[in-house]
Design a protein around this ligand. Structure first.
Ligand code: BYC
Ligand code: FE
Ligand code: FE
Length: 473
């Protein structure tokens, strides 16, 4: 295993102290990061001690150490998964050749664009989530929010390391830019759509960590296949952190549902008005939140037909998630059938598989999204109710790709623009929905207490009790 230098100014397992120039460049970027965290991160809580895990190694067992840390003192660092000896390119035209330790000049622009896009999402999410601490439902949830935030900060470090180490001056400039674009900024927004959507309440946060961090999982899986080995190794390690983010989303939404079911049983009512008065989230409202964040996150995979994706695949830049599951890693000349708008209905079009790689990843993602819904629906059924949560069609409410701005209902059936506009309030959160959710967002910070709209977690963090002073003064 590579050695982890935790006591360097920048913790790392890349032997940073052996490359003085790089070390100095990153140390030069570091205060900018600290300043960004202090102004755009959860700064209100900078003096609190938070029970956080910190990466201290990269092997599967025991990479994490838990303890109370003030967030500004968090040990953000550079961690790459261990190199796989004699690793070979796993897909595309260079299949079977040795992987690269440097970026080939001809692919530099493409790599830079992907790394910048990936890097841009990480601080964006911290910016989106920065006010949530004010309305946390419990100290357990507050701690999880901060854990996600510091790790997204570390993911930014991961991409900045690659930019500094492999892209020279351009890379250093891009690293600066990552701190100057801001989520929702009218002049300098973040690159991808979802990362400019406000996350004002915890229901949105749980949907975001369920759906949008899961896009992160699939994009990182694709980049973990890359022939550029430092990128692959970085993404492999990031994936180990990502699991917790999706856990926060899945268990968060699961706890919301459990609490709603308790109140449905106690009141003997499924009427949203009754449930709202009782201070919980009715399931139709939750469905609209799911619809919103799922459809927004679908756009993050790019267009169904993409020559960017084809070139990236051909050149070994970006593979498919879990590339090893396929028998054929060249994917030449195979057709892939897509649903496309045809007249007033839905038609089919065969495109070369390589051009459809965004869609291949999206399909895997949608299937993964479905797992949580299955579990939640089981809970609902067991409680004796017939309501079920669903994922809308991938054709619904899209802004990118073949279905962009094509009006359909959540089942994916074509409808008129007029009908689409008229029924939108049934499909995505209304102003009244948001106002209700907002009214529930009261800060609960007494150890052991939980807001009334969410059930307590089954267990605590790192074998600690569920009720524990996870954040303290
Ligand atoms: N919004 O050829 P296409 C995460 C642009 S999440 C705005 O289909 P391509 C995280 C696209 O850039 C994971 N623009 O694009 C989660 C292109 O623009 P240009 C983030 C969009 O390249 C939670 C044009 O449309 N990682 O880590 O095949 C918390 C044509 O599209 C959008 C990555 O995304 C959009 N939604 O695919 C924290 C991985 N979609 O170049 C973190 C790196 C597309 O023509 N990025 N466009 O000006 C990529 O792999 C690719 O850039 C994309 C797009 C998959 C995003
Ligand atoms: Fe991330
Ligand atoms: Fe994440």
């Amino acid at each position: 295993m590579t050695t982890v230098n935790l006591h360097d100014r920048i913790p790392n397992n890349v032997n940073l102290s052996n490359d003085r120039t790089l070390q100095r460049a990153l140390e030069h970027w570091q205060p900018g990061f600290a300043n960004w965290w202090a102004t755009m991160g959860p700064s209100e809580f900078s003096q609190r001690e938070v029970y956080l895990r910190t990466a201290v190694g990269v092997d599967a067992e025991g990479w994490a150490s838990y303890g109370y840390v003030k967030m500004p003192d968090y040990r953000w660092g550079i961690f790459l998964a261990d190199a796989i000896p004699d690793r070979r390119i796993g897909f595309g035209d260079g299949y079977g050749q040795p992987v690269w330790q440097q970026v080939p000049g001809e692919f530099r622009a493409q790599f830079r664009r992907l790394i910048v896009t990936q890097g841009d999402t990480e601080p964006a999410s911290v910016e989106q989530q920065r006010a949530l601490g004010q309305t946390c439902p419990s100290l357990y949830d507050l701690r999880n929010l901060f854990q996600v935030n510091v790790e997204e900060g570390r993911h930014l470090w991961a991409m900045v390391y690659l930019l500094h180490a492999y892209f020279g001056r351009d890379g250093r400039e891009e690293a600066e830019e990552l701190l100057t674009r801001h989520s929702g900024d009218v002049d300098k927004p973040r690159i991808l759509g979802t990362f400019n959507e406000p996350i004002d309440d915890w229901l949105s946060f749980f949907c975001f960590t369920y759906f949008t961090d899961r896009d992160g999982k699939y994009q990182l899986k694709s980049l973990a296949e890359s022939a550029f080995d430092p990128l692959a190794r970085t993404c492999r390690f990031m994936l180990t952190e990502e699991a917790h983010h999706m856990f926060v989303g899945e268990t968060g939404l699961g706890r919301v549902i459990r609490r709603t079911l308790e109140v449905m049983q106690a009141t003997g009512s499924e009427d949203p008005a009754v449930l709202r008065t009782a201070g919980v989230v009715d399931l139709p409202l939750l469905q609209r939140y799911l619809n919103f964040w799922f459809t927004s996150s679908l756009d993050l995979f790019g267009a169904e037909v993409s020559s960017n994706a084809a070139t990236s695949f051909a050149n070994g830049i970006k593979g498919r998630p879990d590339e090893t599951q396929y028998a054929d890693h060249l994917a030449i000349d195979l057709p892939y059938t897509l649903d496309v708008p045809l007249g007033a209905g839905v038609g089919h079009e065969d495109v070369p598989l390589r051009k459809a790689m965004n869609e291949v990843a999206r399909v895997a993602y949608v299937q993964d999204c479905g797992m949580g819904l299955k579990r939640w629906n089981m809970t609902i059924q067991r409680a004796g109710y017939t309501q079920a949560l669903t994922l809308p069609s991938t054709r619904f409410r899209r802004s990118i790709g073949a279905w962009a701005n094509v009006p359909t209902n959540p089942a994916g059936e074509r409808i008129s623009q007029e009908a689409y506009r008229r029924q939108m309030d049934d499909w995505i959160p209304t102003a009244a929905d948001r106002a209700h959710v907002k009214s529930l967002m009261q800060r609960v910070v007494e150890p052991g207490r939980m807001a009334g709209w969410i059930a307590p977690p089954d267990r605590g963090i790192n074998n600690q009790p569920a009720v524990c002073e996870y954040v303290r003064r």
